[in-house]
Every structure is written in C-alpha cells, then in structure tokens.
Design a protein around this ligand. Sequence first.
Ligand SMILES: *[C@@H]1O[C@H](CO)[C@@H](O)[C@H](O)[C@H]1NC(C)=O
Ligand SMILES: *[C@@H]1O[C@H](CO)[C@@H](O)[C@H](O)[C@H]1NC(C)=O
Ligand SMILES: *[C@@H]1O[C@H](CO)[C@@H](O)[C@H](O)[C@H]1NC(C)=O
Ligand SMILES: *[C@@H]1O[C@H](CO)[C@@H](O)[C@H](O)[C@H]1NC(C)=O
Ligand SMILES: *[C@@H]1O[C@H](CO)[C@@H](O)[C@H](O)[C@H]1NC(C)=O
Length: 377
Amino acid sequence: MCQFIHIFLLLIVCSTSVKTKDDDSKLLSFVQLFRHGARTPVMFFKDDPYKNVSYWGGLGRGQLTKEGKQQLVELGRLMRRRYHDFIPENYSAGFFKLNSDTNKRNIESMQKYLQGLYPSITESQYDINIDSSILKAFISPTFILQYLKLTVTSAKFRSFMKEHKKLFKYLLEYGKLDVPIPERLAHSYVVYDVLTTEKRNNLTLPEWTKSVFPENVTELARAFGKTMGYNRKMQKASVGPFLNVLVDHFDKISNQSTEERILLFSGHDINLMCLLNTFDVFDQFEYDVPAFANSIIFEMREKDGKHFINGYYRILDHPDLYPITFKGCAFDCDYREFKERLAVVRMNYKLLNRYNLDVTTETFSKTSLYQSLERLF
Ligand SMILES: *[C@@H]1O[C@H](CO)[C@@H](O)[C@H](O)[C@H]1NC(C)=O
Ligand SMILES: *[C@@H]1O[C@H](CO)[C@@H](O)[C@H](O)[C@H]1NC(C)=O
Ligand SMILES: *[C@@H]1O[C@H](CO)[C@@H](O)[C@H](O)[C@H]1NC(C)=O
Ligand SMILES: *[C@@H]1O[C@H](CO)[C@@H](O)[C@H](O)[C@H]1NC(C)=O
Ligand SMILES: *[C@@H]1O[C@H](CO)[C@@H](O)[C@H](O)[C@H]1NC(C)=O
C-alpha cells in the first residue's frame, strides 16, 4: 500500500497500521460488535474499601472511565487505519447504522468510537439507535434456564465444580458481593470482574486475594465464559436474533438493496462470549475472558462475483486482529455456506418469546440470576 517514493515518511505509519487482506477481493460491508470500554465496578465486595466514588474520579457504578473512553477512541482510530479506503472521508449518516444498548457507558462508547473515526465529528451529525432488544436477547429466559440446567445436569460441568469446590467456598466466604449472585460460577465471574477493575485502577487488592488472584479466579472466569453459549439451545436463545439481523443485512448488501455499509453494535462481554462459543472459537484465544473494548468483526467481501465472509476478533492492547472461522467453515467462508452453517442457531427476534414458552413465569422469577446478569448489561 505504501508508495515507494514515500516509503521513508510512511514507514512508521504503515508498520503500525493493521494489515487488511492483500488479495484482490473487494470489501462490501462490515459489521462490528464491541464491548464497552473500561468502567467502574457494577458491584463491590460487601466490605469493599473502594466503594466511595472518590476512588473512581467521582463516577458511580458501571460508568465509563477516562481510560474506557480512550480505549474506544483507539478502537475507532484502528478501524480508520484498517478501512481507510472504505470508510468515507466525511461522515455520512446513510453509510452507518449505529446500535447501542441503553446504558450510558454503551452510548458513550459508541460516541468515542466515532470520535476515533472522525476526530471532529459532533453529536448533531449522527443518530444512535438506542435499543437493547437484540443485545439483551443474549440473556433471554430460555438461555438462563438452559444455563441453570447445565449446572445440574452436565457431568462435565459438575465435575469441574467439584474439582474447584475449595476455591468456590473460599470465594463465597471472602469475596461476598454487595449484590449476592445465586450461582457459584457466575459469582466467581463477578469477583474476577471487580478484582481486575480495581487492579487496573491501581488500587491495592485485599490480602485474601493474594493466594487466588489472578490465576485461580481467572480460570473460573474463563470457565464461566465458556458456558455462555455452551450448547445449541443456549446459542439459539442468545445469539439467534443477532445472527438474523446480521444475515438480513448481508442479504441486502448482496442484492444491493441497502446503502448502509457499516453496522456497529455497542454491547457487552456476554455478547462476545456467546458469539465466540457459537462459532466454536472461544478456546482459540489463550487470553482471559473478553476484555473491555474487545470486538468481533464480520466482513463481507466479493471476489469473482462471489460473496464470502471473513471474521476477526480484536483484543484490547493487541495490535493485530485475529482471524476467526465460523463453525468450521474456511476462513473465506462462502456466504451461502455461512448462512447454512448458522441456520440452526438463527431466529427471528419475534419468535424468541415463543421459544421461551417452555419457561413458566414462575420458574423464571425464581431465578434471580437473570437480575444479576442484567446488572452486568
Ligand atoms: C467518600 O470520601 C469522601 C472524601 O474522602 C468523604 O468526604 C465522604 O464522606 C465519603 N463518602 C462516604 C459515603 O463514605
Ligand atoms: C470533506 O469535507 C471537507 C470540508 O468540508 C471538504 O473540503 C472535502 O471535499 C470533503 N470530502 C469529500 C470526499 O467529500
Ligand atoms: C490455585 O491454583 C494453583 C495452581 O493451579 C493450585 O495449586 C492451587 O491449589 C489453587 N488454589 C486454590 C485455592 O484452589
Ligand atoms: C496505574 O498506574 C500505571 C503505571 O503507573 C499508569 O500508567 C496508569 O495510568 C494508572 N491507572 C490509573 C487508572 O490511574
Ligand atoms: C434483498 O434482500 C432482502 C433481505 O433478504 C429482501 O428483504 C429484499 O426483498 C431483497 N431485495 C431484492 C431487490 O431482491
């Protein structure tokens, strides 16, 4: 991409830019779902010394921090470098569809991302579609009940729990949260979340954490991440509606019936976990559970009149994007094959309620796990 004559001047710029595909395929569209940036903890330990807002620059719970804002500006800049040939020089509302969960931290994350793409953009230039339905569908009642079922019926799950019995007991005793979580593995995940957040803010962690953090607690957090979308039913009841929106969009790109080329979603860790598990690539990443501002990208490309999908995972603080595949499809996944492989987990959002009918209101209201996970959303 660098012209020879400019090589000396551009060397630095080029070496830090993300390499896009260098075959002669043509990018038609991309869809990106990112996790919001670093935030203050959503919950604290019962006797947490850092509950006071003075430790968080005056911010209350679950708010995007200064660092979090910067992470999203960086993500926007990275995308500008990667897609400089594709993204219009000046913002054009019809080219983008911006979707965000209703939380302030998600909306602000989207705003910061746009600022990274267009440094002088103002809020009056764009509209964010603030709607949590597709993103929150990831923790639908059926999904939660399937998870709870897994905790009692899966031999693998139970043996994992048994193996770490002592650790769970330890965390329940020392890591009590001020909002109790009614399931041990989910509880451990929130413990992980609070500790990583406090550590990143340079707060000295309590003495009891020394023997179990980060190693042991991270192992549990990863196990939690892996169960988010563990089987087909859970996948369908979480990512189903999102994948439907995705395919619908790419269909419209294929038949040239939309001007929207870039779809963005400002979401959460559980969104990323469920997607990675649905595509069978969660274990491909040796890193912890999805960090703040991590994202997943779906590109639709065209070559020789054929459409195919490329997938990438972007990890915070890593300069490269990692290629991912979809349920065993080749990296250049023929679009028809992409649709076929995902057909078993796609579903219309309107049908999600019908799919949830096996969940009686009574059983569901007993599961305050939903309320707990919702707080993370
Ligand atoms: C939080 O810290 C500030 C400053 O140290 C103090 O004035 C305030 O009383 C504290 N608030 C609570 C609820 O402890
Ligand atoms: C972008 O906007 C600037 C300033 O209004 C203008 O000079 C430039 O021609 C525009 N670029 C395109 C590609 O429209
Ligand atoms: C923490 O992990 C280490 C290394 O795997 C293990 O030896 C130790 O027993 C674990 N501690 C607890 C409390 O589970
Ligand atoms: C924590 O400390 C590191 C190293 O001194 C610094 O770079 C970073 O900005 C600090 N983070 C916060 C949130 O203060
Ligand atoms: C293009 O695809 C969309 C989504 O499948 C469909 O609703 C629309 O009718 C199609 N338009 C044309 C012109 O084929």
